[in-house]
Design a binder for this molecule. Sequence first.
Ligand code: NAP
Ligand code: COA
Length: 266
Amino acid sequence: MKISFEDKTVVVIGGTSGINLGIAEKFAESGAKLSVASRSDDKVKNAVEVLSKYKNKAIGFAGDVRDYSKVEDILKKTYESLGEIDVLVSGAAGNFPAPANGISSNGFKAVIDIDLVGTFHVMRSAYPYLKKPGASVINISAPQAYVPIELQVHVCAAKSGVDMITKVLAMEWGEDGIRVNSISPGPIADTEGMKRLAPTEEILKATAESVPLKRIGTKSDIAKTAMFLSSEHASYISGTVVPVDGGWALGGASSLSAEMKKLFQL
Ligand code: NAP
Ligand code: COA
């Protein structure tokens, strides 16, 4: 299925590395103009360089999604430079594995502020610039939103909230012709998230084995889904959470592997 985003404007917040940069690249490859943002100047610069290879306009901004006025500024400048937004992807997130008793109030709050409050900031400040009708909004969630996982109390709380933002906004913005969906990636290779949650070869192997499709996913698996959800082929899909996880979440809540328990001295 060939999908073109020729001259469309695509914004990926948190789009300077990993899964989100993979999504940005796939849209750039299909002809879109890109705007990406994250905290690190160097990562923004590198991402814009990568995206510029595709010959379409690519811009980037440094900013923290926890800072509402900064997010507003990024969205406004993006609109002034690239016009109305056809596709908005919100995927900035933070994660570290730790038992609840090992997380300070500030540690819990950091993840809630980045993943959940940050998602609200992005949605709230992008709305004036979204194409109406026609825009596609995608929030990058995680299986933690509906599968309780040990060492992930902060992420489970944050991502379940992200999916609720998706569903409520799909209702509120439906009459504008804006579709809002979440993608819930399973374990994805060569990402910061997997480095943190599967820190040894042994744990990575066990993770792959726990996926019904018996493999770790790729950034391309997620990017292709983002393109599909933003295309005409998905014109009646809104308010959904789409797992792209090889069936991993079907296993439901599972206790921690012996290897992870050893690693975290539980
Ligand atoms: P990643 O490369 O660390 O991606 C996170 C992105 O968000 C980076 O560009 C980071 O750049 C940015 N970011 C972090 N904190 C930010 C903040 N406060 N303000 C603005 N930008 C911020 O990790 P990833 O593993 O690819 O994860 C990408 C997304 O997929 C996340 O939403 C994650 O929850 C989700 N996910 C990942 C997996 C997986 O297997 N990796 C599985 C399920 C879901 P800066 O450091 O420059 O800010
Ligand atoms: N275990 C327990 N607490 C931890 C922790 C860990 N492994 N790592 C950080 N924290 C706590 C810190 O101790 C601090 O709490 P304190 O002030 O009470 O000591 C709190 O979290 C905030 O840490 P800080 O480093 O100041 O936050 P930050 O805003 O600079 O970074 C994080 C946010 C912690 C989420 C950081 O890991 C990050 O920037 N992650 C982005 C990349 C990422 O996680 N990618 C994967 C996405 S799936």
